[in-house]
Design a protein around this ligand. Structure first.
Ligand code: FPP
Length: 235
């Protein structure tokens, strides 16, 4: 019996082009993109998607203009403030992954607060990757792992492929089954590198602000028809 993806991860790309096509500033596209997030989260329970992980800001995104970075940070703060109660009341548990060190204090405290206030929810687990990069995550995890070895809490002999994931930001999450990237680019751009080793990928041309719950449903149902073998021969 084919099953749907339990964990879907999304690279939400194309906000800038969507805005440019309308003669608007890039931030206008990010605002439209933020509105889509709620619709996609709300579609999850009906599609059997228990975990949704979205790429909101990468470690490379700091290279954008100062105005765009500041606009995005403002947007994240507004979004958290505005959506917090609805997320809590709708059974969504929110987590953030990525390096918080470079984020402003006010944003980090809103993130902490939202995590705390949704900590008892279990309908959908929404993970927002903010100042996240897969290589950066592995580097930070390795540092923590090395610290445990140096302190004698972990022995070299016991390290295997189950060890590193326990140190990743995603340690409490299952691996993604399906990774979707919008806007026509067929790249993974440093997103969930370790975790996506066996994920299916879906690259679609739709720009993120045009990504409707119907498109999401079609992709999720399409996944259920594929056969995943994890390197084994079908039995
Ligand atoms: C990619 O489009 C999008 C981003 C870098 C930001 C993603 C942010 C949102 C969708 C805003 C809301 C998110 C949350 C969690 C509130 P792009 O700017 O790279 O588009 P382009 O490739 O057309 O330039």
């Amino acid at each position: 019996m084919p099953t749907g993806p339990r964990h879907v991860a999304i690279i939400m790309d194309g906000n800038g082009r969507w805005a440019q096509a309308r003669g608007k500033p890039r931030l206008f596209g990010h605002q439209a993109g933020a509105r889509r997030v709620r619709q996609v989260v709300e579609a999850c329970p009906g599609l059997g998607v228990k975990y949704l992980t979205i790429f909101a800001f990468s470690t490379e995104n700091w290279k954008r203009t100062q105005a765009e970075v500041a606009g995005l940070m403002m947007l994240f703060k507004h979004y958290i403030t505005r959506e917090a109660r609805a997320l809590r009341d709708n059974g969504i548990r929110v987590r953030f992954i990525g390096d918080r060190v470079r984020l402003e204090e006010k944003l980090v405290s809103l993130m902490d607060e939202l995590e705390l206030m949704t900590a008892d929810n279990d309908l959908v687990h929404l993970t927002v990757a903010l100042n996240y990069g897969g290589r950066d995550e592995v580097a930070r995890a390795t540092k923590r792992l090395a610290r445990d070895v140096a302190a004698g809490r972990l022995s070299l002999r016991d390290i295997d492929e189950e060890t590193l994931p326990r140190y990743l930001d995603t340690c409490v999450l299952p691996d993604p089954d399906l990774v979707i990237r919008t806007s026509g680019e067929a790249r993974i751009s440093n997103f969930l590198l370790w975790q996506s080793a066996y994920a299916e990928y879906e690259f679609i041309d739709t720009l993120w602000p045009d990504f409707t719950p119907e498109i999401f449903a079609r992709i999720v149902r399409g996944f259920a028809r594929r056969e995943r073998r994890f390197g084994a021969v079908p039995g």
